[in-house]
Design a protein around this ligand. Structure first.
Ligand code: NOJ
Length: 530
């Protein structure tokens, strides 16, 4: 049996609003993605994951779905989707789509029916509760985007629960018809040929049957957004969840070689349970710990070791450096360390998921208050939680709107777009884009990198070193997390294949390797050089 593509492949996330606008309205679309497929082939990724493009009032930019089985006119049509899929497949690229099963839009026909009356057949499809004795919300659960998680609906005098915006009512996953309806929506896309799903907030699907109050967060410092005041003990990651995930997986497994990936921001000991007790859960849950761990060599080394040790036998690892909800990696770490991060992500075990624009190092983008779009950022402005800076348009060339659109884009471009763009960087061997391309090619060419074991090596403070090996092939990785030079001892001499600084390549190295400040290198051990 050939290996599943997602075990050795690299996935590239596209936020469709911001990749390429073909229609000329300042918002990206599916036809735009299709026109850029050759870029993805050139870059060397194996699959793209498209954030939601379904019909939506766009209160949460597509994560409020009003129809699971169609394309919003803003992004094109089903015919555009089919064409994109066929042309991606013709180039050997897989296509993963977003599944948003926890909630719908409040404009979804299911919710419109559900809110109509207490007796509507769809009433139980959502989470309706009577008010508390004082007339307030049924319990203390909060919305992730600020304020209570419950909204009173005047028509019937009951509250409905929404983990996110009030325009995103949560579905009731204890209801069998809900499960079947979502399973059918999955089959709709699987039959069209999609290669899998990224499941939005999968840990939220089942809530406490008794709707008990969430306990206060003992670590709350009195600051931070509303949602952090409480732990999400009764609303997230409940014991009944595995059975729901088994259901999703069994639908995916009706079709050959598809993947089920899930979003869960949880500690390592909890995410590893998402693989399922009998490999019947997610093919892999996202691992967001590189986003949450202090960017220091010791902490990162310990994180990788802990994760490796916690993974069940045969489980596929994953590493994430950015997505549409997080600060850009080059903003968090600066470009020199963003290069180290790229090298780290693309030389660890598992399926790396890259985020569009990180390969050209898009960093901090200032969004003037009048151009802010993210509802969370607008609701809780004081906490600087706005996600717009991570969603700005891709920068393709040096023209006014960076080749993204002929019109003013929906969000501002990064200030350095005239120089930081694909056209400018693709032939510059020292650019971060060239580094990404080299790393992707190395990962594809060397089995040790895409399928080998991982072992941490002893290295001086502020540096991190490890080995990947498969059969006779051994590859060493040494990373300097500091601005001062460092000397790392490796188990063998070898040949330096790539440096984060672009200027060293195909150099012979001894067992002691000197690293410049902020430099990372990949070395092929001399054991396997002929
Ligand atoms: C997680 C998504 O990544 C985020 O963008 C969205 O706002 C929430 N889920 C709600 O769907």
């Amino acid at each position: 049996m050939p290996e599943n593509w997602w075990r050795s492949g690299v996935i590239y996330q596209i936020y469709p609003r911001s990749f390429q606008d073909a229609s000329g309205d300042g918002v990206g679309d599916l036809e735009g993605v299709r026109r850029r497929l050759d870029y993805l082939v050139w870059l060397g990724v194996d699959a793209l994951w498209l954030s939601p493009f379904y019909p939506s009032p766009m209160k949460d930019f597509g994560y409020d779905v009003a129809d699971y089985c169609d394309v919003d006119p803003l992004f094109g049509s089903l015919a555009d989707f089919d064409r994109l899929l066929a042309e991606a497949h013709a180039r050997g690229l897989k296509v993963v789509v977003d599944l948003v099963p926890n909630h719908t839009s409040d404009r979804h026909p299911w919710f419109l029916a559900s809110r109509r009356s207490l007796n509507d057949p769809k009433r139980d499809w959502y989470l309706w509760r009577d008010p508390a004795p004082d007339g307030g919300p049924p319990n203390n659960w909060l919305s992730h985007f600020g304020g209570p998680g419950w909204t009173l609906d005047e028509t019937t005098g009951q509250y409905y629960y929404h983990a996110f915006l009030r325009e995103q009512p949560d579905l009731n996953w204890r209801n069998k018809q809900v499960r079947e309806a979502i399973h059918d929506a999955m089959r709709f896309w699987l039959r069209r040929g999609v290669d899998g799903f990224r499941v939005d907030v999968v840990s939220h699907l089942i809530k406490d049957a008794l709707f008990r109050d969430n306990p206060p967060n003992p670590d709350w410092d009195g600051k931070g957004p509303d949602i952090t005041r409480l732990t999400q003990f009764y609303s997230v990651n409940r014991p009944e969840l595995p059975e729901v995930i088994i259901g999703l997986r069994s639908v995916v497994d009706e079709f050959p070689d598809r993947v089920l990936i899930g979003e869960a921001y949880l500690p390592i000991d909890q995410i590893v349970a998402y693989y399922g007790e009998h490999n019947d859960g997610l093919n892999f849950p996202f691992n967001f710990h590189l986003l949450q761990t202090p960017w220091r060599a010791g902490a990162l080394g310990d994180l990788i070791s802990r994760y490796e040790a916690a993974l069940p036998q045969g489980a596929q690892p994953n590493w994430v450096l950015g997505n549409h909800d997080q600060r850009r990696v080059a903003d968090r770490l600066g470009e020199a360390q963003a290069r180290i991060a790229a090298l780290l992500q693309l030389t660890l075990r598992g399926t790396p998921t890259l985020y569009y624009g990180d390969e050209i190092g898009i960093g901090k983008v200032i969004i003037p208050p009048e151009r802010q779009r993210d509802p969370w950022g607008r609701n809780e402005a004081a906490f600087n939680v706005g996600r717009d800076p991570a969603r700005t348009p891709m920068q393709w060339d040096g023209t006014d709107f960076a080749g993204f659109s002929r019109h003013e884009p929906w969000l501002p471009l990064s200030a350095d777009h005239a120089s930081r763009n694909v056209e400018n960087m693709r032939f510059d061997e020292d650019s971060i884009l060239a580094l990404y391309k080299h790393l992707l090619a190395l990962r594809r060419d060397h089995t040790a990198l895409h399928a080998g074991a991982w072992r941490r090596l002893v290295a001086p403070e502020k540096t991190l070193a490890y080995e990947r090996h498969f059969g006779d092939e051994r590859i060493f990785v040494a990373l300097n997390l500091d601005a001062a030079a460092a000397l790392v001892q490796l188990p063998a001499s070898g040949r330096l294949l790539v440096s984060t600084q672009g200027d060293r390549r195909d150099e012979t190295t001894g067992v002691a390797v000197s690293l410049r400040g902020d430099e990372g290198v990949v070395i092929l051990s001399s054991d396997c050089l002929t």
